[in-house]
Ligand binder design. Structure first.
Ligand code: NI
Ligand code: MN
Length: 227
C-alpha cells in the first residue's frame, strides 16, 4: 500500500516502500511545516511550477539525496543549471520511470520565479498523473477549474485526486467539488489552504459539500495516510 505523508501547503511524499516521490518541497518558510528540509528525503522530486511555495527546497533536497527532479522542460533546466539531476517533460507526454508511469497534464496557472530584475518565466505550469502501486494518482497542481478534467476522469480513471481548495491563487472549495464530480475518484485530498491569510479555508466544508461523491481525506501536516 502506498503511503502519503503531508507536510503542509502542497508539499507531500508518496511512497511505495521502495521509491519515494516528493511533491513541491516547500518546507523552509512554510508556516505549516513541522520538519526542516534536512529531515525529508526522496528518490524523485516532482514540481508542477516554479513559484517559491512549490520549488521551495527542491534544489538542496535533490542534491543531498541524489534525487531526480521531474518537471516541465524550462523548470527542469532551471534546476539542472543549479546542479540537480533532472528529467524534463512536456504537457501531454508520459514516461515510464522505475516506480511507474508519469503523465504531464495541463494546469491553468502561471510559472515564474521572482528575481531582483523581475519575474523569470519558467514555462507552463502542469499537473501529474502518476501510476504507483497499481493505483492512479492525479495531482492537479495549482490550477483553476477546467472542463477537460472530465476527459482526464474518463480516460485515466484516477483512484486518488489531490487538488487545491485555497481559492485566490487556485480553485476554491466549490470549484474543487466540480472538479471531483468530473474526475470521479474514490478519494479526494485537499491541499494548498490555510498557509497564508488569503487562502484560509475549512477543509471540513469541502468534505461536507463533497458528500458521497468521493471520500475526503483531510490530513494535518506531519500525518501519514495509506492509499
Ligand atoms: Ni503557484
Ligand atoms: Mn501555489
Amino acid at each position: 500500500m502506498a503511503q502519503f505523508t503531508f507536510y503542509g501547503h502542497s508539499c507531500f511524499t508518496l511512497s511505495d516502500g521502495i521509491h519515494t516521490l516528493l511533491f513541491d518541497p516547500f518546507l523552509t518558510g512554510n508556516p505549516q511545516a513541522q520538519v526542516p528540509e534536512s529531515d525529508v528525503s526522496a528518490n524523485y522530486i516532482l514540481l508542477w511550477h516554479g513559484h517559491q511555495d512549490h520549488l521551495g527546497d527542491a534544489l538542496p533536497i535533490a542534491k543531498r539525496c541524489g534525487a531526480t527532479i521531474i518537471s516541465t522542460y524550462e523548470l527542469a533546466v532551471y534546476c539542472e543549471r543549479r546542479g540537480a539531476k533532472i528529467h524534463g517533460m512536456g504537457i501531454g507526454g508520459s514516461f515510464k520511470f522505475p516506480f511507474g508511469r508519469v503523465k504531464v497534464t495541463r494546469a491553468f496557472h502561471s510559472s515564474s520565479i521572482m528575481t531582483p530584475n523581475g519575474a523569470e518565466y519558467l514555462g507552463n505550469p502542469c499537473g501529474f498523473l502518476v501510476r504507483l502501486d497499481e493505483k492512479t494518482f492525479y495531482f492537479t497542481g495549482d490550477t483553476g477549474l477546467f472542463g477537460d478534467m472530465a476527459l482526464i476522469g474518463q480516460l485515466y480513471k484516477p483512484d486518488v485526486v489531490i487538488l487545491p481548495i485555497g481559492d485566490n491563487y487556485t480553485m476554491g472549495i466549490d470549484d474543487a467539488i466540480e472538479a471531483i464530480k468530473m474526475l470521479k475518484p474514490k478519494v479526494a485530498i485537499p491541499v494548498h489552504y490555510n498557509t497564508f491569510p488569503v487562502i484560509m479555508q475549512d477543509p471540513y466544508v469541502f468534505a461536507k459539500k463533497l458528500g458521497r461523491t468521493a471520500r475526503a481525506v483531510i490530513l494535518k501536516p506531519g500525518e501519514t495516510f495509506p492509499l
